[in-house]
Design a protein around this ligand. Structure first.
Ligand SMILES: *Cc1c(COP(=O)(O)O)cnc(C)c1O
Length: 388
């Protein structure tokens, strides 16, 4: 069990950490899971890649998550080690033959994704034509309001998807359709466009579907990107489901970011200040790679234990990570107290998604320590909250 502190300030005061520290909020993680499971009209699969840490998975499970979206034998094993009876789904459209075989044989996986006929033949062969398999056909969807397009690499075009459904059906498998509107999708309309496309594919194929999986993409809350409430997305999806009017279909979704982003913050320390440049102990090769790839800006708060910041004056700082690479810098400046200095800490909030999951060991720097804290990260519009 990780050590527990009431607040992040207590973490800093007691540990005075010169290494990055992940601060988990178990209540927020459990609540996010509970809320999603309560209001989504179907099965909620947690997308393990978003944050595979066992502590994170534990809180989501405590919040009611019972299904896991996985993409590799390692992720499947991770789920099964921690939750022996739980359902894992192999939702990657391109799998090695060995991975298909061991997923089916060793772990009893029954759900697989394809976006080509070749992949369907691989699955058939490597599962010894087991008829109790459910094949989900991944449909490419038009980009609509997402920070990351996830249909450029995977997903069949509508006509191909319809042909694939017919093939799946002709082999006697149950057939599903799935898509991913793209990660950090701030427009509920993205789901509507995708479901309307699904309708056309179903009608064209004439196949009776087992399930529709609306994927992930539900947004987290960042300084520069704030989606509407989850309720707005769910209302849109429920409206689409009524419009589809297919009562026998099971609905599924695969949220990653929306379940974990606000449940974790990261405490970093300033190791040197050069005028308006701050050098901290984590960066884009560690927990902050999303700041670069999606240009997401995390809310921050500065912390000091041996005095107060001057509350009057702030400056825009450029933040550098610890590695020797030029690229290890945050693309957007961060507004902080003008008198911030070496030894102070900067806490990045809402960092639960795609942070530790993407961290490398480059140059010998890697965030590792994890604690739990009781307080919520105070998200204040455009401002940093004053602590310490
Ligand atoms: C990454 C991914 C997810 C999770 O996406 P989020 O944007 O984090 O919700 C779900 N399903 C698939 C197939 C993915 O690749």
């Amino acid at each position: 069990m990780p050590r527990h502190f009431d607040t992040t300030y207590d973490v800093v005061k007691e540990l005075k950490p010169s290494y990055p520290v992940y601060c988990l909020r178990p209540d927020i993680l459990r609540d996010a899971a509970r809320r999603f499971v309560d209001i989504f009209p179907g099965k909620v699969l947690y997308a393990v890649k978003c944050n595979p840490h066992p502590e994170i998975m534990r809180y989501l499970h405590e919040g009611g998550v019972r299904h896991f979206d996985t993409a590799s034998p390692e992720e499947i094993a991770l789920v099964r080690r921690q939750f022996p009876g739980m359902d894992a789904y192999f939702m990657h459209p391109v799998k090695s033959r060995d991975a298909i075989r061991s997923a089916h044989r060793v772990f009893g996986i029954r759900h697989f994704v394809i976006d080509t006929e070749d992949e369907l033949h691989k699955i058939r062969a490597e599962t010894d034509e087991d008829p109790d398999i459910i094949i989900h056909v991944r449909l490419a969807t038009p980009p609509a309001g997402a920070a990351y397009n996830l249909s450029a690499k995977f997903g069949a075009r509508p006509m191909t998807a319809a042909e694939l459904l017919k093939k799946v059906d002709s082999y006697g498998y149950k057939a599903g359709l799935c898509f991913h509107v793209g990660s950090q999708c701030t427009s509920p309309n993205g789901y509507r466009i995708a479901i309307e496309l699904i309708r056309q594919v179903i009608d064209f194929s004439g196949v009776k579907l087992h399930s529709i999986d609306v994927g992930g993409g539900f947004p987290g809350q960042y300084m520069n990107q704030r989606g509407p409430n989850l309720d707005v997305f769910m209302d849109e999806i429920k409206d689409c489901i009524r419009w589809l009017d297919m009562p026998d279909i099971t609905f599924m979704c695969e949220p990653g970011r929306a379940l974990v982003s606000s449940g974790v913050s990261l405490v970093t320390q300033i190791q040197l200040r050069k005028e308006d440049q701050l050098f901290i102990n984590d960066g884009i090769y560690g927990s902050l790679s999303e700041a670069v790839t999606g240009n997401l800006r995390f809310p921050v708060r500065p912390m000091r234990i041996d005095g107060d910041f001057d509350p009057e004056e702030t400056l825009e700082f450029t933040i550098y990570g610890p590695t020797c690479d030029n690229m290890d810098v945050l693309p957007a400046t961060v507004n902080l107290p003008a008198d911030i200095r070496e030894g102070d800490w900067i806490e990045f909030g809402h960092i639960g998604a795609y942070s530790n999951a993407l961290a490398t060991h480059f140059n010998g720097f890697f965030p590792e320590l994890l604690v739990t804290v009781g307080e919520t990260f105070p998200f204040i519009d455009g401002e940093f909250p004053q602590v310490g």
